[in-house]
Design a binder for this molecule. Sequence first.
Ligand SMILES: *[C@@H]1O[C@H](CO)[C@@H](O)[C@H](O)[C@H]1NC(C)=O
Ligand SMILES: *[C@@H]1O[C@H](CO)[C@@H](O)[C@H](O)[C@H]1NC(C)=O
Length: 294
Amino acid sequence: MGGVAGTLFVLWVRSGFSAATVAAALTFYPPLPTYTLEKDPNTAKHDYPQYNVKHFIAENTKLAGAARVYMVPTRVGNEVPCFVFRYPEAEFTIVFSHGNATDCGAMFSRYVSLSRELSVNVVAYDYSGYGGATGRPTEANTYCDIEAIFEFATKHLGYAADSIILYGQSVGSGPSVYLAAKEHRIRGLIVHSGLLSGIRVLTSSRALGCLDIFPNIDRIKRVSCPSLIIHGDKDVEINISHGKGLYEALPENCKVQPYWVPNRGHNDIGESHECRAEYMARLREYLLYLHDHS
Ligand SMILES: *[C@@H]1O[C@H](CO)[C@@H](O)[C@H](O)[C@H]1NC(C)=O
Ligand SMILES: *[C@@H]1O[C@H](CO)[C@@H](O)[C@H](O)[C@H]1NC(C)=O
């Protein structure tokens, strides 16, 4: 082995990484599904039958009726559940891509409160291999998943493309930035605890670029909507330098006041009592900005 490949190999060994550790650290940890779905028999003959959430594990079952669920086919033949939280007369629709170790059952009450407190529709989905979805979780599949959900939301649910705000949390920044870079009709993008790229979470060396996934830092330059970056300054899983780098890379006309959250880590923004009100207020401020600048 010589040339570039040999050099890469040496660097790779020196830096102590293997492809397996890179993949394991970067990719997906689907939890055991936290919910089950039951087809609504009255809709069995529709193009997209509806499903009801039958039960949650460790979630408030009383909320179950808050979402309509559909199974949406992706371009590569997987089926992913799409959870729709409608808010009457909403101006905006948030399409939410969650983090790597959760699913729509575990996220359910957050979606309900985003919808109710911000007066928006929330369209959430599970990646291939997560929750009630079929298939395997891979980087490429998450792109097909979000594309299928976007198309379903605009064509079947009837939400205007320019009412849609893509919201990516953590690993969800990957599919969200991917779509935002090529779908220029969307209204907004929120990147919450996101990453510059997979490999940059692990090392500042560029030598392992061949193993990289979710190159958000390159794609975010092609975004064309006002974009809100949110990151906790105590995040030890994805350092705040990732949020700051994404902010810097945004085109100037897409920059809105970022939200650097004091004393918060990777998974606790908007959840604990004291920072929740501030989090919601920042989101509301962003929606108002979008409303005023359309
Ligand atoms: C993905 O989930 C695992 C397991 O919870 C966690 O250790 C890891 O830090 C997560 N990775 C990212 C990028 O959030
Ligand atoms: C983030 O990275 C900077 C620079 O390497 C470091 O000083 C800081 O402690 C890191 N933050 C956390 C919470 O680990």
